[in-house]
Design a protein around this ligand. Sequence first.
Ligand SMILES: Cc1ncc(COP(=O)(O)O)c(C=O)c1O
Length: 427
Amino acid sequence: MPFTANRAFKRAPRMLVAAKDMYYTAADGRQILDGTAGLWCVNAGHCRDSITAAIREQAGVMDYAPPFQMGHPLAFELAQQLARMLPGDIDHVFFGNSGSEAVDTSLKIALAYWQAKGEPQRVRFIGRARGYHGVGFGGISVGGIDANRKQFAGQLLPAVDHLPHTHDLARNAYTRGQPQHGAHFADALEELVSKHGGHTIAAVIIEPVAGSTGVIIPPKGYLERLREICDKHGILLIFDEVITGFGRLGASFGATKFGVIPDMMTVAKGITNAAVPMGAVCVRHAIYDTVVNSAGAGIELFHGYTYSGHPLAAAAGLATLEVYRSEGLFERAASLESFWEDAVHSLRGSPNVIDLRNVGIVGAVELEPRPGAPGARGFETFVKCFEAGVLVRSTADTIALSPPLIVERDQITRMFEVLGSVLRSVA
Ligand SMILES: Cc1ncc(COP(=O)(O)O)c(C=O)c1O
């Protein structure tokens, strides 16, 4: 089982058997309020009829089409619709099947771009401490979660460095929205430029809001500063928007929310409301043009997946974007933001809580780790919430919440009441 304590799980399994809108049904029949949109991905709520119908219909029309040297209209239609939503001149899309594939693809596109531009010495990638970019070798190399790297440390990508993370409890605890302090953490990029030479750096990759590590919200001015330094040295900036895309922050993307436009964006999860796996890299016009137009005749990018732009995923993606549009779900998320923020901060003073933070429809409750047992308090909280009928997520001792964007106010209230009462019962 992925990222699971297999032996413990098999002793006491937690099984889900059905889902609709805001609720899962557990194997014992209990309704579980989904406080996490599955795994940050079911942004429109579960088993939405129009998405299900689109997948079902496409399965009967054309189950599969090879994406190498062949195409099908739905993939192009989805790319075009996405391009219209993307910020700046980001207007070309390469499809894969997951966030991990999107990340590794973006790193390969960065290398291909610099080769095509005549700067093949630009090969170094800069990630960030505590960053999560999936589980491919590229993703774990630029990623900064120690546990995800250690087992594989002997064979990571060689030319990679990391910026410091921006989590600063001493100065920013209990911040509502973006923290005041920490824009200066971006200056570490200047130090890496001095160390290696800007002309050797291909790209910087970060999550606008780091999700999987336990929700780290960018300090005011931080993303702007990173963009400036990248521009100064001609370095590509990649936003990994696998979590922050599709309304999670009360805007279409993190780039839109924070007003900082990267050169490439990786997306996945909410692109199909998670109903069929799909991921994508979105790139600026000039990146596409450079890679494609500087190549000789024939294939320009030696990369692709059997299931790139899979017809069922493309159908699910088109139906999902239609739900987002017709129900105004990104605007709905924005309109719920202050209610959500108050609900998150209602836990101030609960036992063992050392920080509360929020942005968009994302909330985090950081707990003091038990001495000698980091993660145990967070995991116990997650299990007890599940037993009490609410799905939350624990990463180490941070509890993260990110419900579907159709969540109602009384459901938000219930999530935090249950979490509050669980916190009072966890030693
Ligand atoms: C920012 C980010 N990038 C990449 C990934 C990997 O996505 P996947 O699990 O679909 O490979 C995730 C997954 O949570 C993520 O949060």
